[in-house]
Design a protein. Sequence first.
Length: 254
Amino acid sequence: MAAALADVGCDVRGLLSRGDDLTGAANGVDLVVIATPDAAVASVAQAIAPSPDTVVMHLSGALGLDALSPHPRRASLHPLVPLPDPEVGRIRLRSGVTFAVAGDAIATKLAHLLGGWPVVVDDEHRAAYHAAACIASNHLVALMGQAERVAASAGVPFGAILSLAQAALMDVSELGPAKALTGPAARGDDATIASHRAALGTEELPGYDAGVALARQLAAPRDSASSTGAPVEGAPVEGAPVEGAPVERAAQCA
C-alpha cells in the first residue's frame, strides 16, 4: 500500500513496525494507515496519541470503525483484490479494483486516487462482506488446491484442471452462477457422485461433500421452476442485459 500510494503522488513519511514507539505517529501527517493483522488493529490504534487533524485508517475488511478508538477521525479502506506479495500488490492496487470504504472521506479519495472504485460498507455489514470476499478468493484458492491433489492422483496435469476452472469462471461472469452450473449435482446424478466419493480419500471427502451441497443449493430453484414449467428465475430476457455482465464505470479522481 505504501508503494502504491507513493506511485500516485502521496508523500509517504515512512513505516513503523514492531518495537517502534507509536505514540507520535499521528503528529504532522494527514493520515496514519494501520496495516496489521486484524487482531492487532485495536491495540495499535490505542498506542497512537489522538490528533484532531489526523485520520487513522485500517485496511481490514472485517473490522468496523470502533477498532480505531479513541481517534476522532477514523476510516477504513479494504482493497477487494489478492495481494500475495509487495510488487504484485503495488500493481494490483492501481489496476482499477474495488475498495470497501467507510468513515472519513479520505478513504474514498484514496480509492479514486489509486484509480479504483469505492463501495461503502458500513460496520453492520462488514463481517458478511468480508466472508463473501474470503469465499471468492481464499476459499477458491483452497478449492483449487484440492483439485490439484485429486487430479495428481489420477495422473492429470494441473494445467488442464486450471483451464477448466478459468472457463467456468468466464461462464459465471457472462451468465451468472446459476446458469453457469453444470455437472452431476446440477443434473441430480447421484450414482456419479457416489463413484466420486468412493474414489476419494477420506481427507478429501469433507471438501467434496461441501461442494456438492453448494451445487445442489444453487441448482434447486432452477430445478423447481423447470418441474412446474415456470420461467427460470434469472433467465435472460431478449434485449435486457445479463445480470453479472461487466458494467462500464467511470470515476473522477479528486
